[in-house]
Design a binder for this molecule. Structure first.
Ligand code: F6P
Length: 546
């Protein structure tokens, strides 16, 4: 039984918050020249500086107590051991088994799942290499160089983000495309660019029942059959799914089906055959490096005491803001153009996992759970929403992610980018007092009337938290580490909040209602009851489309 009022560490944190709330980060920095060292962790070449947070040793100690009280250690062990921690769906949660690089068995229902995982990885390796080397060709014998992933949610965002993040590693003659949205524009824009003879379609769908994916897949199938005939399908379509029956119904034989299992959640499936397009684009060896990076983070997560455990620390600081400061927003800014889709990927990982209101004890929670996550690539976003981060009334804890070395070290570009990310962290923390603003305006020769008029507008409260995450370079290994770090962070928060981070029933209702509305838009007169707003919208749209 968990409720905030029942929890000792929670109460302790509430009482710490009462006297800590007004604390200024810059005072803590001034008082402790070793603060950065104290609140940083390094894993291989990845550095996490979390010193620019509203924390001190009392806060951190109480947060670690909270984690202990919540049985985090045991919960981590349960997940990695294949216990059915996804209780509402009665499933194990074993995306970590997909990157288990140790030769250790992992049991689900008494059966070691590692042999099937290894066999699936071998199949991904063989197929991706056959495509890259031109051994598996299209129907007319041409090399498949346009690879189109058709999927949505976890069957799209992960491969899409990783392909873009690792674009530097793509084979020179391969192009990757992604079709996800049901909006026909997605299909049309891709099909306009490619040649059926050189195109491989990958239908990525865990369930193989998702309406967007199947509709897009049928449209692409028709396009291909119109060009090359029915017999060409076997050479131009493969499926990544857990649902063999539906894959076969679609007309794809099991040789061209790449399996994964119900113990892999959609938003955690990048490590499975859902990563096929990544393996084709960057090569299987590089795909394996991504698994290696994730495995390094898994080892760190399972073997490191909480006080130095990166995902645990990040998660607990997030809980501190969410549940004690009452800040329910959170921002992720990669300072790297290749990582520009990372925030969108994290949005699903975090919000679909922890956007829950019912506890594992089947009760409404009496505290906040997952925050609203948003983000975008720096420095672009400095020129859009950063105004609010600096001077808005909302405090938004922010993760700044940056590689020390760019794949494109052109002139001073990367140094300017590095200077910007560091400056943002410093500015958000330090701010600018009215006195500092006055001095600056005086130095610029402004009159005292002008200074009085502008001093408030040009000052910054500061005390706005950031984590700075420095990677050596964006490569498959560091990307694997980074993704796994966030996966575990989200998991830890789910444990603290006592929710199931691994189901997603919240996406069902809208989907079902769309199926009710569709026949009405198609002109079938069904007597479905809607609210008057929805009914009026249906009529208006039908009138316009006539
Ligand atoms: O949006 C809900 C969801 O189930 C996601 O969790 C999942 O990633 C996505 O739909 C796609 O599902 P599928 O891979 O089964 O097509």
């Amino acid at each position: 039984m968990f409720g905030k009022s029942k929890n000792k560490a929670w109460k302790q944190l509430e009482s710490i918050y009462k006297h800590f709330a007004g604390t200024q980060m810059k005072d803590m920095f001034a008082a402790d020249p070793k603060r950065a060292e104290k609140y940083s962790e390094q894993l291989e070449s990845m550095l996490i500086d979390y010193s620019k947070n509203l924390i001190n040793s009392e806060v951190m100690a109480a947060l670690f107590n909270l984690a202990r009280e919540r049985g985090l250690k045991e919960k981590i062990a349960d997940m990695f051991a294949g216990k059915k921690i996804n209780t509402t769906e009665n499933r194990a949660v074993l995306h970590t088994a997909l990157r288990n690089r140790a030769d250790t068995p992992i049991y689900v229902d008494g059966r070691d799942v590692m042999p099937q995982i290894d066999a699936a990885l071998d199949k991904i390796r063989d197929f991706s290499e056959a495509v890259r080397l031109g051994r598996f060709t299209g129907y007319t014998g041409k090399k498949l160089t346009n690879i189109v992933n058709i999927g949505i949610g976890g069957s799209d965002l992960g491969p899409f983000m990783a392909c873009e993040a690792l674009r530097h590693y793509w084979a020179k003659d391969i192009n990757c495309y992604f079709i996800s949205n049901i909006d026909g524009t997605g299909c049309a824009e891709v099909l306009n660019k490619i040649d059926p003879e050189t195109t491989l379609f990958i239908i990525a769908s865990k369930t193989f029942t998702t309406i967007e994916t199947l509709t897009n897949a049928r449209t692409c199938r028709k396009w291909l059959v119109d060009a090359l005939g029915e017999h060409a399908v076997a050479k131009h379509f493969i499926a990544l799914s857990t649902n063999k029956e539906e894959v076969e119904k679609f007309g794809i034989n099991s040789d061209n089906m790449f399996a994964f299992w119900d113990f892999v959640g959609g938003r955690y499936s990048i490590w499975s055959s859902i990563g096929m397009i990544i393996a084709i684009a960057i090569g299987y060896k590089n795909f394996e490096r991504m698994l290696d990076g994730a495995y390094a983070m898994d080892k760190h997560f399972t073997e490191t005491e909480f006080e130095h455990n990166i995902p645990v620390i990040l998660a607990l600081i997030g809980v501190w803001y969410n549940n004690f400061y009452g800040i329910h927003r959170y921002c992720v800014i990669p300072y790297d153009q290749y990582l520009r889709y990372f925030p969108a990927y994290l949005q699903q990982m975090d919000m679909e996992s922890n956007g829950k209101s019912i506890s594992l004890d089947n009760k409404y929670v009496d505290y906040s759970t997952g925050p609203v996550l948003f983000g975008g690539a720096g420095t672009d976003v400095q020129h859009s929403f950063f105004q609010l981060l600096h001077q808005g009334t909302e405090i938004v804890p922010t993760d700044l992610i940056v590689p020390a070395i760019s794949h494109n070290e052109i002139g001073a570009h990367h140094q300017i980018l590095l200077a910007n990310v560091l400056a943002q962290g410093e500015a958000l923390m330090h701010g600018k007092t009215e006195d500092e603003t006055i001095a600056e305006l005086e130095a610029a020769g402004k009159s005292s009337t002008e200074i009085n008029r502008l001093k408030k507008y040009k000052s910054f409260s500061g005390n706005r938290p950031t984590n700075t995450i420095v990677l050596r370079k964006i490569d498959p290994y560091s990307l694997g580490m980074l993704i796994a770090m966030y996966e575990h962070k989200v998991f830890v928060q789910g444990v603290i909040w006592n929710i199931n981070s691994f189901d997603q029933f919240g996406v069902e209702l809208g989907k079902k209602m769309a199926l009710n509305i569709l026949p009405e838009l198609q002109g079938m007169n069904r007597n479905t009851q809607h609210d008057c707003s929805t009914s009026a919208l249906i009529s208006y749209i039908k009138k316009i489309r006539k």
